[in-house]
Ligand binder design. Structure first.
Ligand code: HEC
Length: 368
């Protein structure tokens, strides 16, 4: 190889070898010419040892009643640290919930515990937080460095629970007034949140229920001393009052809240099989509809397309328009042998519904 060729080869190889060196975790050395960012913007914990982050968190649409003690932030004048005075322009409040604690147990469960309201706000599965809006991206190089940053990370995964209404706990028969957060401690790696309200001190421990498909959790409340507590939440399952000062609430995934995590949908356009498959998972259709013929809360989708069913004395073929109506308006025709008002009505576009139909058809021998 002539010297000139060697120089060209080095130039071509250079960006590659630098890229390989970017990740110190892989044994590479950060070079001074490339500013490197080697952290993980989607950090994760494990089921046994969750990751606990104190952060701003995204608000997927929590009701105002839930956030009663947060107050409403207002636009404020811009402040110049250099002059020590207000400068031109205003700053809008940050869109997100401040001072929350985000906990991740790998894919099984993530949840947000709010330190202002001292309660569980929402839970999700199959992801955690994408911190890149706050931390910057981890691409390395000048492009990837932190720029145009906001405070609120993005929710990554599928929502399974969202609380409603006022604080679910009553203490000595009275609703929680203004709670204050005392801190959290870790026992066997799991956090327990301590807070006080109405002159009592309560601790809340949240644990994933690992026998489940993901997203199920147990919330255990204990009052210190002789205070009594009772549960008045509106949308939770399984309440066990163990003692006047001890109760356990079990929460299982609610498919109707999945729609609030729809952000991932942006990646899809038009009517496609991939989109249908993704929606079928996102909206947890499979919790009620088996794909293998098995009986569940709803009819199986195996051989559904093209099959015939009776509504009164009218025979209807499950064709495109029947499937469309069944998804868009679940109560329009109730499949024989099943309950009305059972299937949630999901707010979906026509493209989304048609994508689901494409997916459902793949489980039938007949396709058109
Ligand atoms: C909470 C349980 C539940 C969930 C979640 C659910 N469904 Fe259903 N679905 C039902 C029940 C029950 C029926 C039968 C009663 C009726 O027709 O509304 C049904 C009926 C249907 C039918 C008509 C089936 C037939 O044999 O006539 C289709 C199609 C359907 N669902 C699609 C979906 C899709 C797609 C999703 C996800 C976007 C979904 N369902 C989510 C419970 C559910």
């Amino acid at each position: 190889m002539k010297p000139i060729h060697i120089i060209i080869t080095i130039l071509i190889l250079c960006p590659l070898s630098q890229a390989q060196q970017k990740d110190p975790a892989k044994g590479g050395i950060a070079t001074s010419s490339t500013p490197t960012v080697s952290y993980d913007v989607k950090p994760r914990g494990t089921v046994e040892k969750p990751l606990i982050l104190r952060t701003y968190c995204p608000d997927p649409g929590v009701e105002d009643a839930v956030l009663g003690n947060h107050g409403k932030a207002a636009p404020t004048p811009k402040y110049s640290p250099r002059s020590g005075k207000d400068s031109k322009g205003i700053v809008q409040p940050i869109n997100g919930i401040p001072a929350a604690i985000a906990v991740n147990h790998a894919d099984e469960l993530s949840y947000i515990w709010d330190t202002t309201e001292c309660r569980l706000l929402y839970a999700w599965k199959d992801g955690f937080l994408d911190m890149s809006p706050y931390w910057g991206s981890n691409q390395g190089g000048r492009k990837g460095s932190r720029k145009g940053f906001g405070y609120t990370p993005k929710l990554d995964g599928i929502l399974t629970y969202m609380t409603k209404g006022y604080h679910p706990i009553h203490i000595n028969g009275k609703p929680v007034g203004i709670p204050s957060y005392l801190g959290h401690n870790r026992k066997n790696n799991l956090p327990t949140f301590r807070w006080s309200a109405n002159k009592a001190v309560i601790s809340t421990a949240i644990t994933p229920i690992s026998e489940s498909d993901g997203g199920s959790l147990r919330v255990e409340y204990r009052a210190e001393g002789d205070a009594s507590i009772s549960y008045h939440g509106s949308n939770d399952h399984g309440i066990e009052q163990k003692a006047p000062n001890h109760l356990i609430v079990t929460i299982t995934p609610d498919p109707a809240v999945a729609k609030f995590s729809k952000k991932k949908e942006k990646e899809f356009k038009g009517v496609t099989l991939a989109r249908g498959e993704h929606l079928f998972t996102t909206y947890s259709c499979a919790t009620c509809h088996s794909i293998d013929g098995g009986k569940n809360h709803g009819p199986t989708i195996k051989d559904l397309f093209g099959s015939k069913r009776m509504f009164g004395d009218q025979e209807i073929t499950a064709d495109d328009s029947y499937l469309y109506e069944s998804i868009a308006n679940p109560n329009a025709k109730i499949a024989p042998g099943y309950q009305p008002n059972f299937m949630p009505k999901f707010p979906m576009s026509a493209d989304e519904i048609n994508s689901l139909i494409l997916y459902i058809k793949t489980f039938s021998k007949i396709h058109d």
